[in-house]
Design a protein around this ligand. Structure first.
Ligand SMILES: O=C(O)CNC(=O)[C@H](CS)NC(=O)CCC(=O)C(=O)O
Length: 297
C-alpha cells in the first residue's frame, strides 16, 4: 500500500505566488509521509483571458513555478524524503500562437519524466452558466499517454474536461492503468451536478483508482495589474472537492470546501491487491464485445 496526497489550491495569474502555494502543499505531503502528490490543472496560473494566457506562458525551463517545484523536490530528496509530483501547467506551442494545457510528471529528483497534453478542450456555452472557449488560447493534444510506473502503481493521465469522454479512460485501462488522474479546474455549475458522478463513473467503468486534484475558489479576485481599456476579465470560480476514489466507486478522501480558495490536502492509500480482487470478481476486460460494437477500447 502506498499513501498518496491530492493538493487543492486556488491559482492566481502570478506564477511566483502559485509556486509558493505548490511548495507549501509539497511540504505538507512530505511531512504526512506521502510518496506522490497530485496538483490541479493549470496550477501554474489561471489567466484572466485568452490573450493574457498567451502573454504570461513560459517554457518549463523559464517558469518560476516549475523551477521552484524542482528545487523543492531536489532538496527533499537530498534529505532522504522522496516525493513525486504530478502538476498541470501551460506551455508555449512550437507550432502556433496558442498554449498547451499539459500535465507534467516530475520525479523525486526534480526531473520532468512524462508529459500529457489535454486532448478534449472545454468549449461550451451553458445557459445561465459558464461560457468558456478553451480553444481560443489552447491547442489540443492528439495522443493518449501510455500509463507509466509510479511508486503507487501504473498511472494513466487525462485532464479535466477529458473526464467526460469515457473512451480515454477505457483506453488507459486497456493500456495498463491502475490509477487514472484527472487534474481539473471545474466550473461551479457543472461541478455541483457532475464532478463526483463523473469521477465515480470513471472509477467503476475502468476499475481503477481515480485521483482528481482540483482548483477551488475565485481566481484573480485581486488582479495583479489593472485591466487595460477595453480589456475584459472572465470571472472564474472553481468547484474544488478534490477526491481520491477507489475502483469500487467509493470516495476515499475529499478536500474540504469550508474555505473555498484555501489550500487543502487529502490522502488515501492505493492498494493494488484490492484493485486486483475487484477486477477478478467482475472481469469486465474479458467480457467486452468488440464483435458487437465494431471497435475495442
Ligand atoms: O487552462 C486553464 O487556464 C485552465 N483550464 C480550465 O480551466 C479548463 C478549460 S477552461 N476547464 C475545464 O476543462 C472545465 C471542465 C468543466 O468544468 C466541465 O467539464 O464541466
Amino acid at each position: 500500500m502506498v499513501l498518496v496526497a491530492v493538493g487543492q489550491m486556488c491559482s492566481s495569474s502570478s506564477l511566483v505566488e502559485n509556486a509558493v502555494s505548490a511548495v507549501r502543499l509539497i511540504t505538507r505531503a512530505v511531512s504526512l509521509n506521502c510518496k506522490v502528490l497530485f496538483l490541479p490543472e493549470a496550477a501554474d496560473y489561471i489567466a484572466r483571458n485568452a490573450a493574457h494566457s498567451k502573454e504570461i506562458v513560459k517554457p518549463v525551463t523559464e517558469s518560476p513555478f516549475i523551477i521552484e517545484i524542482q528545487k523543492t523536490l531536489k532538496k527533499f530528496h537530498a534529505e532522504g524524503k522522496s516525493i513525486f509530483v504530478s502538476v498541470g501547467v501551460h506551455e508555449p506551442s512550437e507550432t502556433s500562437d496558442r498554449v498547451k494545457n499539459t500535465l507534467l510528471w516530475i520525479s523525486d529528483k526534480g526531473k520532468i519524466e512524462q508529459r500529457y497534453q489535454k486532448v478534449h478542450l472545454f468549449d461550451v456555452e451553458i445557459k445561465n452558466g459558464p461560457i468558456l472557449k478553451e480553444s481560443a488560447s489552447v491547442e489540443p493534444g492528439n495522443e493518449v499517454l501510455k500509463p507509466f510506473e509510479t511508486p503507487a502503481g501504473k498511472l494513466g493521465s487525462a485532464i479535466c474536461y477529458d473526464i467526460r469522454f469515457p473512451e480515454i479512460a477505457l483506453r488507459l485501462r486497456t493500456l495498463g492503468a491502475e490509477i487514472i488522474q484527472f487534474p481539473s479546474a471545474f466550473t461551479m455549475r457543472t461541478g455541483v451536478a457532475h464532478w463526483a458522478l463523473l469521477g465515480r463513473a470513471r472509477a467503476v467503468d475502468t476499475q481503477c483508482y481515480v485521483v482528481m486534484a482540483a482548483q477551488s475558489g475565485s481566481h484573480n479576485t485581486s488582479a495583479d495589474k489593472p485591466l487595460a481599456e477595453g480589456e475584459t476579465a472572465t470571472k472564474r470560480e472553481s468547484y474544488g472537492h478534490s477526491m481520491i476514489i477507489d475502483p469500487w466507486g467509493t470516495v476515499l478522501a475529499e478536500c474540504s470546501d469550508i474555505l473555498p480558495g484555501k489550500e487543502d490536502i487529502c490522502l488515501a492509500d492505493i492498494d493494488l491487491e484490492r484493485l486486483e480482487s475487484f477486477r477478478q470478481n467482475i472481469p469486465l476486460w474479458t467480457q467486452r464485445r468488440p464483435d458487437v460494437f465494431g471497435y475495442d477500447v
